[in-house]
Design a protein around this ligand. Structure first.
Ligand code: K1U
Ligand code: ZN
Length: 168
């Protein structure tokens, strides 16, 4: 297994719509394994392939950050089929270091995708899990959580991001 480099805001891959995975081959399985390792080490509760500069529709989620194997979700070509309600809560992003802002998301969603064995998965998610799915699927569509803020808030956040990135 290997740790992958997480790219940060401003990198063109983060604003590009990722392509569907056509064939779940050994390369994809290896990429997913490395993404899980990278997400746990970051640490994070989600990761999308574009964040490691791979423009493919693959995500990993683990709300337990490696503590509970049953919590790990790896999904290929995820799609939100249905949404319900609204929740407003704080989000962070491994590609936008040091910034946490409140974002509105559906409170419940139905997601469809495939696991690494090629089997279809249909999952109902609510609360934080629904939020993380929405955040990761946004990454696949070339969107960051800061793109969902009001223009004024986005301008303020942009100058804070610049200061944060100048520190690195
Ligand atoms: O996709 C990413 O950038 C990962 C991001 C996912 C996310 C967090 C919160 C709301 C929506 C989506 C993160 O994991 S940021 C780090 C984080 O939230 C966390 C890290 C360690 C323990 C618990 C949470
Ligand atoms: Zn993110």
């Amino acid at each position: 297994m290997a740790l992958l480099e997480i790219i940060t805001i401003g990198h063109p891959t983060l604003s590009t719509r990722a392509l569907p995975v056509k064939d779940i081959n050994q390369e994809i399985v290896e990429l997913a394994r490395n993404m899980v390792e990278t997400m746990h080490r970051a640490p994070g509760i989600g990761l999308a392939a574009p964040q490691v500069n791979v423009s493919l529709r693959l995500i990993t989620i683990d709300l337990s950050v490696g503590e509970n194997r049953d919590d790990l979700i790896v999904m290929v070509n995820p799609e939100i089929i249905e949404t319900e309600g609204e929740q407003v809560g704080e989000e962070g992003c491994l590609s936008v270091p040091g910034i946490y802002e409140k974002v509105a998301r559906p409170s419940r969603i139905l997601v469809r995708g495939h696991n690494l064995n090629g089997q279809e998965i249909n999952l109902e998610a609510s609360d934080l899990l629904a939020r993380v799915f929405c955040h990761e699927i946004d990454h696949l569509d070339g969107k960051l959580f800061v793109d969902r803020l009001s223009p004024l808030k986005r301008r303020l956040v942009r100058s804070r991001i610049k200061k944060e990135l100048d520190k690195t």
